[in-house]
Design a protein around this ligand. Structure first.
Ligand code: BGC
Ligand code: BGC
Length: 585
């Protein structure tokens, strides 16, 4: 640090979106970190191109005056999920249903190895949000509404990332209270170009909103996972867009500096969220001063990095930012880089490339899928289904759609539909389970013609979404989904319903018409793990990570008063029926 100029120290504090970098900027400014946001992919999108892209910017960092390696960050929140061909695990909501820290730790190790294969040393994960309102579009990123489960599994994931011999940096997020905001409290910032400025009455209403509660409940519900994460070795923490009682976390000196760095003795660095600093003030220089003085060490600018560097420089020049604050931020970042071994080897391990999306990695995902399935209803032992069933009807386009089973944050920020990346759909999984004498018919619209089926499987899905794009006031099944269930009901003896969703949904009348109902969450690429439990190759053992509502009626009443909403519960958290699995053959 003694050899560093002020501008070089500020460079370390700067994080830039890879597609906004101008040629030579990393070298010239000594940029400390580069990221790929959701969908920040190379062309073509494959593991080799990822490795090349990251290596290229890292090489440039090594050519800067002091040759300080940079930290490349991505959102690997359910596997290395921007990479076509990577292993995609269930989103955290499903892992919460497993209650299995050993499994989550192994998922952390596989994710770390797929990251290192592409020279990436940092993932903005795990989300240790404690969602209190399932209408939030990020409910699926949280493990559970219960802070104890978020703490247990968040820590397990961090241990996994650190457990491969070469540690990968985690960023538990979003500190803190992101899951406790009030409907309608999201602010708009006309000076920032962000999605959240949408005027859609049903979007961006909870996400980035305001948590209205006293300090005791803030500490009880939202702080525990950070204590657990720090104990597990987390060395960076991402700050939340949201506010606490009207004050933005990005400018919250008490919660960032006094609580995290003081009381909890956090030794790593704090990183801001995408454009989060820009939101603080229409005057960018003021915004930067507020954030840095509150305790932010690295800023995900992510576009206009030169403007950011100049803003910090000006702040130090006019005394609004203490030079010692910049020193502290820079020292924290360099210490983490040293702890990750970047000064010895700034690249990853190309020998791991051939294992990205390998059989053995996918086997871990398949196991996770099986363990995350929650059996909500099972009348007369409808499942397990016998492999000797003569005619099996499969309906719903989601039964054969990789994109829908993966959800948001897959290949693109908002996810996508169809064959967005290699994997196994439930339809493919089912067809490997049945006996040679079974005939399987698949009709997305559920119209099968004359022949009756012994068993029907209907797969429903929420559309993919991420962040406030998924905020949704009403969580009832759409009318066409109800109609699809009705149609298939009349064509089979036993009806099994599988639901892909990032949260519990209000299922209404289909509760009575289905014999078995399975909450599948967002399973990722290996949907054969669902077939495993449907056919009894493995037992059903998942338990609800969130209360499952019967209606949303009471929400409307309470949320107007600004309370965490409560609604009539159909199945409480931890509910889940079990079956006996057959040993795999
Ligand atoms: C999200 C973060 C994410 C970041 C980078 C933000 O919009 O809130 O969770 O890490 O983008 O993609
Ligand atoms: C980026 C995401 C980011 C989001 C925030 C998108 O354009 O790809 O990474 O989280 O913007 O608004």
């Amino acid at each position: 640090m003694e050899r560093m100029t002020l501008l070089e120290k500020i460079g370390q504090m700067t994080q830039v979106d890879v597609h906004s970098l101008r040629e030579g900027a990393v070298r010239r400014f000594g940029i400390g970190s580069v990221l790929s946001g959701g969908g920040g992919n190379p062309t073509p999108n494959n593991p080799e191109a990822w490795a090349d892209m990251v290596q290229r910017v890292q090489r440039e960092a090594l050519e800067s005056r002091l040759g300080i390696p940079l930290l490349y960050g991505v959102d690997a929140i359910h596997g290395h999920n921007n990479v076509r061909g990577a292993t995609i695990f269930p989103h955290n909501v499903g892992l919460g249903a497993t209650r299995d820290p050993d499994l989550v730790e192994r998922i952390g190790r596989v994710t770390a190895s797929e990251l290192l294969a592409t020279n990436v040393h940092w993932t903005f994960a795990p989300a240790v949000s404690v969602p209190q309102d399932i209408r939030w579009g990020r409910t699926f990123e949280g493990f559970s509404q219960d802070p104890a489960i978020a703490s247990l599994l968040g820590a397990a994931f961090i241990r996994g990332l650190n457990g491969t011999g070469r540690p990968v940096l985690s960023s538990p997020k979003h500190y803190m209270g992101d899951g406790g905001t009030t409907w309608g409290s999201t602010r708009r910032y006309d000076w920032v170009q962000g999605w959240w400025n949408s005027d859609e009455p049903n979007r961006w209403q909870l996400d980035q909103g305001d948590l209205r509660t006293d300090e005791a409940s803030l500490r009880k519900v939202h702080l525990p996972p950070y204590k657990a994460a720090i104990a597990a070795g987390a060395l960076s923490i991402m700050i939340s867009y949201s506010s606490w009682n009207g004050q933005k976390l990005h400018a919250h000196r008490y919660l960032l500096t006094d609580v995290l760095k003081g009381e909890l003795d956090f030794q790593g660095f704090l990183v801001s969220d995408w454009l989060g600093v820009s939101q603080l003030d229409s005057n960018f220089e003021n915004a930067v001063c507020l954030a840095v003085n509150a305790g932010l060490d690295m800023v995900m600018v992510p576009f206009e990095y030169e403007r950011f560097i100049r803003a910090v420089e000006a702040g130090v020049g006019n005394g609004n930012i203490a030079a010692s604050r910049v020193d502290d931020a820079c020292r924290r970042i360099l210490k983490v880089k040293a702890a990750l071994g970047l000064f010895d080897d700034p690249f990853g391990d190309s020998a791991l490339l051939s294992a990205v999306g390998s059989e053995s990695h996918r086997a871990v995902a398949r196991e996770a899928v099986s363990k995350s399935q929650v059996l909500l209803k099972n009348k007369n032992g409808a499942v397990p289904i016998s492999p000797n069933v003569r005619r099996l009807l499969v309906a719903g386009s989601a039964a054969d759609d990789i994109g829908l089973q993966c959800g948001g944050w897959t290949i693109e920020w908002q996810g996508g539909r169809g064959a967005i990346t290699p994997g196994t759909t439930l339809l493919e999984g089912l067809s490997t389970m049945v006996s040679p004498g079974t005939s399987i018919a698949f009709q997305p619209d559920g119209v099968f013609g004359v022949e009756h089926g012994e068993v029907g499987v209907v797969v429903l899905s929420e559309p993919p979404y991420s962040e406030g794009e998924g905020d949704r006031y009403e969580l009832s099944l759409p009318a066409e989904d109800v109609e699809l269930v009705r149609r298939v009901r009349s064509q089979c003896d036993v009806l099994v319903l599988v639901i892909y969703s990032g949260r519990p949904l209000v299922i209404g009348e289909v509760l009575d018409s289905c014999d078995a109902i399975v909450a599948s969450w967002l399973p990722g690429t290996e949907a054969n793990g669902i077939a495993d439990v449907l056919f009894g190759r493995r037992p059903f053992s998942g338990r609800l990570p969130y209360d499952w509502p019967e209606t949303m009626d009471e929400v409307k009443v309470r949320s107007r008063r600004g309370h965490a909403p409560r609604f009539p519960i159909l199945w409480p958290i931890s509910y889940g029926l079990t079956t006996a699995g057959r040993p795999p053959d």
